[in-house]
Design a protein around this ligand. Structure first.
Ligand SMILES: [Zn+2]
Length: 451
């Protein structure tokens, strides 16, 4: 099986690719338009440099070779969402070629404009040109994927990388658009315009099974119907040449200098894949934990911040992955939905690390911090949450716990240490979580006369 994909990514520039209309903002239909993105006669496009820079950065991050001289072409076809009857895109010489990312070869990366959006309402169709002219990059892979699931894993890493580069507007798995080519040995089938990672995998899974039964005899273009869970034939495949590409005479040739490339390279931050490797190498984390931490830009930043403030890497990984993510997922939230004061978070971890507070209190403080920011130190002093190691004080709670649970004493004496853990929990509860566990164990063992 061979699968290749073409991914369309809307860039998060302030303005559109060839005019100064805002990319995002007012959503009233056709409110963010001008004579250029409406394709009025005589209007001339002017290239948005910011979009070009972002496209080059992505090409660099995908390890592409950058073409020093490139230009735009017109791809001619008629469709109501396409105001000029041609789309300004790149065909002959794209910005980047021959890259690779996560073991998949990248054939090309180019810059183009998005068409408008068609909105179907019953029997009529409305057109919103707010989208017309938003900059897109198209990333085309070689047919290197061996399964639909591989595609999904690759795309998730790609989306994270785009977030690290701060180029992708939506950052969201369900809005990524892609075309996918799949062949099981017969002719190649292209599935057009699939939205979202899950749907891409589903469409490919469906097509894989379909092609096993009916081997395609000619190149086909199909569409994915997510409600029906099936692909439908749109047309037998036209070739790219059928679009009659011609050179776009209204835009100058783009020259990319060596200096520009060097300075753009410097702007590329440490990316998720590099971060994962660094965590594996420097902190000895297991691969899954390293990937979980680096595949969320905010979580990776929190982790790096914790370590640079003296938190033990293993401990920070455990608290962020197990406790922070655990609390969030219990509330059906993601890290991006909440504002966590990173300084206060580190304060809590530090207090746990220094054994100024117990794990239990640390967890409660963390849970409170997820909900709302507060002064951690002040809260600890006011509520007397520092660890209590004073034996006299703890002995009283231990004696109470034993008196209230007489039936468990026999069990412990006969060697059932699970019951001892229960008693420790009871004492903890009595001390509101601040009793030092080691001391509690010591006293309980003394009182029960066990070793
Ligand atoms: Zn415009």
């Amino acid at each position: 099986m061979k699968i290749g994909i073409e991914i369309h990514v809307q860039l998060n520039t302030k303005t559109k690719l060839f005019c100064s209309c805002p990319n995002y903002g007012k959503d009233e239909p056709n409110s963010r338009t001008c004579y250029i993105c409406l394709g009025m006669p005589g209007s001339k496009p002017v290239l948005n440099k910011e979009a070009l820079k972002k496209a080059i950065k992505v090409a660099l991050a995908l390890n592409c070779k950058i073409n020093k001289e490139t230009f735009f072409s017109r791809k001619s076809y008629f469709y109501p969402d396409l105001v000029k009857n041609f789309q300004i895109t790149q065909y002959e010489i794209p910005i980047g070629i021959e890259g690779n990312f996560e073991g998949i070869r990248i054939r090309r990366l180019h810059l183009e404009e998005d068409p408008g959006a068609l909105i179907h309402k019953g029997n009529i169709c409305l057109i919103d040109y707010n989208r017309s002219g938003i900059p897109l990059i198209e990333i085309v892979t070689e047919p290197d994927f061996k399964s639909p699931n591989e595609v999904r894993i690759f795309l998730r890493k790609l989306i994270t990388m785009l977030a690290y580069l701060d180029v992708y507007y939506r950052k969201d798995e369900s809005t990524l658009k892609a075309d996918a080519n799949i062949s099981l040995g017969g002719e190649r089938v292209e599935i057009k315009n699939i939205n979202g990672l899950k749907e891409i995998e589903r469409a490919l899974d469906y097509e894989m099974i379909r092609q096993e039964k009916e081997v395609p005899q000619a190149k086909e273009t199909r569409r994915w119907d997510s409600e029906k869970g099936k692909t439908f034939l749109m047309r037998t495949k036209e070739s790219e040449e059928d679009y009659g590409y011609i050179f776009e005479p209204d835009l100058p040739i783009i020259e990319i200098s060596e200096e520009e490339l060097t300075s753009l390279k410097k702007e590329i931050p440490e990316l998720n894949v590099d971060k994962t490797n660094r965590y594996l190498k420097n902190y000895n984390l297991d691969k899954e934990t390293a990937e979980v931490l680096s595949n969320d830009i905010k979580l990776g930043a929190l982790y790096d911040f914790s370590i640079s403030n003296g938190i033990n890497p293993q401990m920070a990984a455990k608290w962020l992955r197990r406790d922070l993510l655990g609390f969030l997922s219990y509330d059906k939230k993601e890290l991006k939905d909440v504002n966590i004061n990173d300084k206060h978070l580190v304060e809590i971890l530090k207090l746990v690390q220094d054994k100024t507070i117990t794990d239990k209190v640390g967890k409660e403080l963390l849970l409170k911090l997820i909900k709302k920011d507060y002064d951690v130190i002040k809260h600890i002093e006011e509520n007397k949450l520092r660890i209590v190691a004073d034996e006299k004080h703890l002995r009283k709670s231990c004696e109470e716990a034993i008196n209230e649970n007489k039936e468990s004493i026999e069990k412990i004496k006969s060697g059932d240490y699970k019951v001892l853990n229960f008693l420790i929990g009871e004492v903890m509860r009595k001390t509101k979580g601040v009793g030092k566990p080691e001391i509690i164990v010591k006293i309980l063992k003394q009182l029960l006369n066990i070793k």
